[in-house]
Design a protein around this ligand. Structure first.
Ligand SMILES: Cc1cc2nc3c(=O)[nH]c(=O)nc-3n(C[C@H](O)[C@H](O)[C@H](O)COP(=O)(O)OP(=O)(O)OC[C@H]3O[C@@H](n4cnc5c(N)ncnc54)[C@H](O)[C@@H]3O)c2cc1C
Length: 385
């Protein structure tokens, strides 16, 4: 059965953390906003990821009233090094006059705190977008629900926040040939709120303080990831020790899961009546934990432009053009930073290893250079002088 046409100003497709953040940032605006997700509410409770959120992200989440102070563990220092080569650098929150460089939070806790703030009238769950028909005035969105019923919504603007896109002509894909194996491990000694980023020829390995444990993001070739998932706990911890080196030891680990890693870049951030944010706009390698931080800034800036322009047509072309312009530097800077790190560090060539060691040493010995990198990670493009 086809239900009658519903009309809204803005339809956000995808109620992941980025879509939800946009809905919250638009609360109280003159726009009627509807947040649509193909999954039921709370499906995120099974997501195994932990995310490193920058201090700048904490500030934005606080403004949205969605900062979950109890669920996060602060990062006070970050130790960066490479396996099999010299050089290391230490980034310390004390140098930036902020209480922490960032926070580690489980995806599910982040989603739950955003979700708790969204009003029931604003959401439509269990409905998948099957087609969008565009006219000069509006977009007509066709949805199907679980019972096979169809639903139609007329929106002035469709915001795509459906997460990582499939291969399509509008998306450029670079497959890293890596998977991230994620789990939580118990360290032998307390972590003192220090995070570790260790570059290895197989891929980067991050240990992020989370409660008494470390959340692990262990990036390796796709074949190695399969093997790591099959190992029993003892052998998995042995593999982790081999990759990480002797600075930290582990006594136990939780369940493991893996994610394929590719860089996916949507070529055009907006087209008439449509705009893309978060992973739907760009999906990055998880090295240095940029993806959600960048996606939140997408949502924040889109809401800010929509509110400032406050015109009756949310999908006005000038608004979308302004959004695309405003996101250019932050977006390209974050993509180049993460992609560059993966490419430069994921190999074992001796001259490159030496050059990397010198770069890590330079970062450690030259505070202005280190501060530039740290500020870029904390605040994104807002950190440019
Ligand atoms: C292993 C790993 C570690 C990471 N670590 C970090 C980190 O430390 N720091 C960081 O900032 N980022 C990190 N990220 C990236 C971060 O997880 C993503 O950037 C973030 O989840 C993107 O949020 P999103 O809302 O755009 O997309 P998603 O979280 O993917 O949510 C998309 C939503 O859209 C819904 N949806 C999908 N298709 C449809 C449809 N057709 N119709 C309606 N709804 C639909 C889905 O059900 C889902 O709810 C990591 C990623 C991985 C894989």
């Amino acid at each position: 059965m086809t239900e009658p046409l519903d009309t809204v100003d803005i339809a956000i497709v995808g109620a992941g953390p980025v879509g939800m953040a946009l809905a919250l940032a638009l609360a109280g605006s003159p726009f009627r906003v509807l947040l649509i997700d193909s999954r039921q509410r709370g499906t995120w409770t099974s997501d195994p990821r932990a995310l490193a959120l920058s201090y700048g992200t904490r500030q934005l989440l606080e403004s949205l009233g969605a900062w979950n102070v109890d669920a996060g563990t602060s990062i006070e220092t970050i130790h960066v090094s490479q396996r099999g080569g010299f050089g290391r650098t230490l980034i310390d929150a004390a140098d930036y006059d902020i209480p922490a460089l960032g926070y580690v939070l489980r995806y599910r806790d982040l989603a739950a705190s955003l979700d708790a703030r969204i009003e029931a009238a604003q959401r439509l769950n269990g409905h998948e977008v099957v087609a969008i028909r565009l006219s000069s005035e509006a977009a007509e969105i066709m949805l199907t629900g679980g019972g096979g019923d169809t639903h139609r919504i007329l929106a002035r603007l469709v915001v795509h926040a459906e997460g990582t896109p499939a291969n399509d002509a509008g998306v450029r894909v670079y497959d890293y040939g890596q998977h991230a194996v994620v789990t939580e491990v118990r360290p032998l000694a307390a972590h003192a709120r220090q995070a570790w980023e260790r570059f290895t020829p197989d891929g980067p390995l991050a240990l992020l303080p989370l409660g008494p444990d470390y959340a692990v993001v262990f990036c390796v070739s796709s074949a190695q990831a399969n093997e790591l998932l099959q190992l029993d706990e003892e052998h998995f911890l042995a593999a982790l020790r081999t990759s990480f080196g002797g600075r930290v030891d582990f006594v136990g680990c939780g369940p493991r899961a893996s994610f394929p890693l590719a860089l996916r870049i949507r070529q055009q951030l907006s087209t008439p009546r449509q705009v893309w944010i978060g992973n739907a706009a760009q999906s990055l390698h998880p090295v240095s934990g940029q993806g959600f931080n960048l996606g939140l800034r997408d949502a924040w800036e889109l809401a800010e432009i929509l509110r400032t322009r406050a015109c009756s047509d949310a999908g006005e072309e000038a608004t979308l053009a302004a959004y695309t312009r405003r996101r250019r530097i932050d977006r390209s800077g974050s993509m180049a930073f993460t992609d560059g790190l993966v490419r430069v560090f994921s190999n074992d060539l001796a001259p490159l290893r030496a050059a990397r060691g010198l770069s890590l040493l330079a970062l450690d010995l030259l505070p202005p250079l280190r501060h530039f990198v740290a500020r870029r990670m904390i605040w994104g493009a807002r950190a440019w002088p």
